[in-house]
Write a protein that binds this ligand. Structure first.
Ligand code: ADP
Length: 321
């Protein structure tokens, strides 16, 4: 019998030898929702996806996908999911269309149905023009779109996207984001892993932050932002010497110091804390070049929870053709 949640994870554990990389993960994803599993490198995102897609077995706890237990019913889990990861095996000599049809046939959907579905997907992912060219002529963004299309050939109800936009230029990333949004509009349940806060904020209904094998926060992006406060102050110092002076004299809990940007930031709901901090910076004699007040972002949540700076999303222009 199918359960009401598309994905249910309870006290999930995984060890490699002595090393415990998942330390009791609990998560649920409702049908038709997108959850972003956000975390720094090595946090356990891919391991979670591998367990949910039956590529590796858990060491403890349980997980069900589409109502099927990953350990007891791996075959039925596999037939209800699509998976996109960075290690997709595309056949580069054949065309995009041929890849789609071959993969469809491998999954026993019949030649005519595979061809029909391939046409739909090529259209949906803006690959019609390139459909009959060999994949080795595709750009990175086109290959990633084809990966996504291939994972959807059987129209699975639950889709896993493991860092789908890592390394993509901003234009390709936006095209992929649109495709992911369409997928969600079509009723799919999606679990997306990402190191990019912007991606989680942009796409997901709910965000779970994973750090060192544990979920450290879970909620809507707005709920998570509210957890760190309603206001964010950023103080940019005139010189590195000013930054160092302020850091030495004003260091305090809740303050985040970014030396590279010569910037201090503080997220809080306590206006007095902002004024008090500014006053202490002033007394320290550190010169301020710029001061801004706005709302906290998911970056602040991430910083607060993991004590680490997140990866920036690919910068405009990088890898751009
Ligand atoms: P993320 O996807 O969040 O970057 P992973 O789930 O890939 O993190 O990895 C979590 C931790 O588990 C990392 O420290 C990684 O080195 C370790 N790990 C992953 N796979 C293996 C493996 N097959 N053998 C040993 N350690 C592994």
């Amino acid at each position: 019998m199918q359960r009401s949640h598309a994905i249910e994870i309870s006290d999930l554990r995984k060890s490699y030898g002595e090393r415990e990389v998942l330390k009791g993960v609990n998560l649920t994803v409702e049908r038709g929702d997108m959850l972003a599993l956000l975390g720094p490198n090595g946090a356990g995102k891919t391991t979670t996806v591998k367990i949910l897609t039956t590529l590796t077995a858990p060491s403890g706890g349980t997980a069900t996908v589409n109502g099927f237990d990953v350990a007891r019913d791996p075959g039925r889990v596999r037939s209800s999911i699509g998976l996109v990861n960075q290690f997709m095996a595309l056949d580069y000599v054949h065309s995009g269309r041929e890849n789609l049809v071959m993969l469809g046939r491998l999954q026993h959907i019949g030649r005519a149905a595979a061809k029909r579905r391939a046409d739909e997907l090529l259209e949906q992912f803006d690959l019609v023009e390139a459909a009959d060219r060999p994949v080795n002529t595709y750009s990175g963004g086109m290959r990633r779109r084809l990966d996504l299309a291939i994972s959807l050939i059987t129209s699975p109800p639950v889709v896993f996207l493991d860092e789908p936009t890592t390394g993509l230029d901003p234009r390709s990333r936006n095209v992929l984001w649109d495709a992911i949004r369409e997928l969600l509009d079509g009723g799919s349940t999606i679990l997306l892993t990402t190191q990019y806060l912007e991606e989680a904020d942009e796409l997901a209904d709910r965000v779970a932050v994973i750090d060192d094998g544990r979920i450290v926060a879970h909620g809507t992006a707005t709920e998570l932002k509210e957890r760190v406060g309603t206001e964010r102050m950023q103080v940019e110092f005139a010189t590195d010497a000013d930054f160092q002076t302020a850091r030495a004299l004003v260091d305090d809990e809740g303050l985040h110091w970014d030396r590279e940007a010569s910037r201090l930031s503080l997220a809080t709901s306590d206006i007095k804390h902002l004024i008090w901090t500014l006053d202490r910076v002033e007394r320290a004699g550190a010169e301020i070049a710029n001061l801004s007040l706005d709302q906290p972002s998911l970056d602040d949540v991430f910083l607060r929870l993991t004590q680490r700076t997140p990866e920036p999303a690919p910068a405009e222009g990088i890898l751009q053709k």
